[in-house]
Write a protein that binds this ligand. Structure first.
Ligand SMILES: [Zn+2]
Length: 128
């Protein structure tokens, strides 16, 4: 994805681990994400105990989902899907320091201009 900032700089979102990208998780979805994690772990453990792993996979994923993945990878996929559904992207323009926030789950972004130059780099987290 590419985003044109108000300053005309193009913000490019084509790789992982971007220093100027983040996610907003609205407080009203925190419980949803948490429950997605815990409920799926519980139900998978139950399915494993009763030898129903394959029907659990069929119930949780679309046709064609591989059945040979690690259990943790399947839980990861379920939680990731929920996070994608519930978070909004946030980008910081490397040129002007504006913050672009995705409007809900739409393709639109709202821009916010920082108070001062010192605010630049505010999103910078630890690089892996
Ligand atoms: Zn900009």
């Amino acid at each position: 994805m590419k985003l044109r900032c108000k300053c005309d700089h193009i913000i490019v979102d084509q790789t992982d681990n971007l220093e100027n990208k983040g996610y907003i998780l609205p407080d009203t979805y925190v419980e949803d994400v948490s429950v997605t994690l815990t409920d799926n772990i519980d139900s998978l453990i139950e399915a494993l105990k009763s030898d129903k792993r394959l029907s659990w996979i069929k119930n949780k994923f679309q046709n064609g989902y591989p059945t040979t993945l690690k259990d943790s990878s399947m839980i990861h996929d379920l939680v990731s899907n929920k996070i994608v559904e519930t978070t909004q992207d946030i980008f910081e323009c490397e040129n002007c320091g504006r913050i672009a926030i995705q409007v809900g789950q739409t393709n639109q972004f709202k821009y916010f201009f920082p108070d001062s130059e010192e605010t630049k780099g505010i999103l910078k987290g630890k690089k892996k």
